[in-house]
Design a protein around this ligand. Structure first.
Ligand code: ACO
Length: 378
């Protein structure tokens, strides 16, 4: 932590919330989600089970899980105002992340006080419909109506293409959504907590969090990470391409993390999920290429940025897995939001229950006692 008289730029090392949702150990490379080591939860649970776990602090029984699935499925269709906005955004060539940010704000037309849990279910259910509908509208295709017989992950893939996805792909996406569902006090989660801490509403918190997630230093990295793999093309070019980027002062997307100083445990889980999915239903050559790009990048980063411990982060294998699921690069970050929104909402519940208005201080570094000069004399 670098603090200077109480000032910590970027709030590095500052503890600003207590949470029962996830524990991130950046030195050990460990992530615990509501008591479960990440790999155990991510590879076994459906997304709905993870949502229930985060919102209720325990796994659901069969009836509770069936009830949550049914409720989410019933809430999936979008309000007309949201669809109208998405159609206009598609005509204006708005990016998917900006469309998601605008559309999420329309999910509550301010019709009065609401039960937090009911609002949270509505947000989780509809965020996936927004992303899939907008993807199709951008391609001049009509949105596919949600299929209430399918779970959240399967239905998202179905709404993108209109075709029932393979079991391997559904499992790949469940694992992905579970893996990114929560991660301590990351920037977007902090943004959501700051917003509800003022006793504002959940839709405002999620809309703000989406804005924070959009930036390339947070959730915007997987698209560029995949572009780099494609730009490299063959393993023998990895060294030259990455070396040139580093010499030009560029950051290698998908590497480095504020908290992890070892390999991000999410990279481990997503790398294994990608391998499994590519073996069952994909292009193993691309997986092998990505592995070799990763190895070269970590080696070159150690040379160019000694002592910085820049390792693979979640975004590198996010890119590979989501590409393998057939998703276009520009909906990688919106798909991250589909998973993370359950975590944002769980943090909002904690903040509402135990939290306090978040209001840090700034240190003034400007001039003092300025002389007022009348306009005519300036
Ligand atoms: N490639 C090259 N150099 C890097 C990288 C990288 N990926 N990441 C950090 N560095 C360098 C910086 O240039 C800096 O070097 P310097 O001290 O010589 O100036 C040094 O390492 C420390 O970097 P900071 O920016 O201080 O580290 P910070 O903790 O703020 O950065 C971050 C974390 C933003 C994730 C950074 O590693 C990065 O930009 N990575 C690439 C983008 C990315 O993958 N983002 C996704 C993160 S995961 C997530 O949010 C879901």
């Amino acid at each position: 932590m670098s603090t200077n008289n109480g000032y910590a730029p970027g709030l590095e090392g500052i503890v600003a919330a207590e949470t029962e949702l996830s524990h991130v150990d950046g030195l050990k490379g460990e992530l615990i989600i509501a008591g479960f080591p990440l790999a155990r939860l991510a590879t076994n649970a459906t997304f709905e089970e993870t949502v229930f776990l985060l919102w209720h602090g325990r796994l659901p029984n069969q009836q509770e899980l069936a009830a949550l699935k049914n409720e989410l499925a019933a809430l999936r269709p979008l309000p007309p105002a949201t669809l109208t906005l998405l159609r206009e955004a598609a005509d204006a060539h708005t990016t998917p992340m900006d469309a998601l940010r605008m559309a999420s704000a329309t999910l509550d037309l301010g019709s009065g006080p609401q039960d937090h849990l009911a609002t949270a279910k509505m947000i989780v259910a509809r965020l996936a419909t927004i992303v899939a509908s907008y993807h199709r509208l951008r391609q001049r295709q009509e949105p596919v109506a949600p299929n209430p017989a399918l779970g959240h992950a399967a239905n998202f893939l179905y709404m993108l293409t209109g075709e029932a996805p393979s079991d391997a792909r559904v499992r790949g996406l469940e694992t992905y959504l579970n893996t990114v569902v929560d991660h301590g006090l990351n920037a977007s989660t902090f943004a959501a907590r700051v917003i509800v801490a003022t006793q504002s509403d959940l839709v405002s918190a999620i809309t703000g969090a989406i804005g924070a997630l959009k930036g390339p230093l947070h959730g915007g990295a997987p698209g560029p990470a995949l572009d780099t793999v494609f730009e490299i093309g063959t393993a023998d070019r990895a060294e030259a391409v990455l070396q040139a980027k580093l010499e030009a002062g560029e950051r290698l997307m998908g590497f480095g993390h504020r908290v992890y100083k070892v390999r991000d445990p999410r990279a481990e889980v997503l790398g294994a999920a990608a391998e499994k999915m590519f073996q069952a239903d994909g292009d193993m050559a691309l997986y092998e290429l990505a592995k070799s790009v990763e190895e070269t990048a970590v080696r070159l980063l150690a040379i160019h940025k000694p002592g910085r411990n820049l390792q693979t982060n979640v975004e590198f294998y996010t890119a590979l897995l989501l590409h393998g699921l057939g998703l276009d690069t520009d909906i990688f970050t919106p798909t991250f939001a589909i998973g993370r929104t359950a975590g944002w909402l769980a943090h909002c519940f904690e903040q509402i229950k135990y939290g306090r208005l978040i209001r840090p201080q700034s240190r003034y570094t400007g001039v003092m006692n300025r002389e007022w000069v009348p306009l005519a004399e300036r």
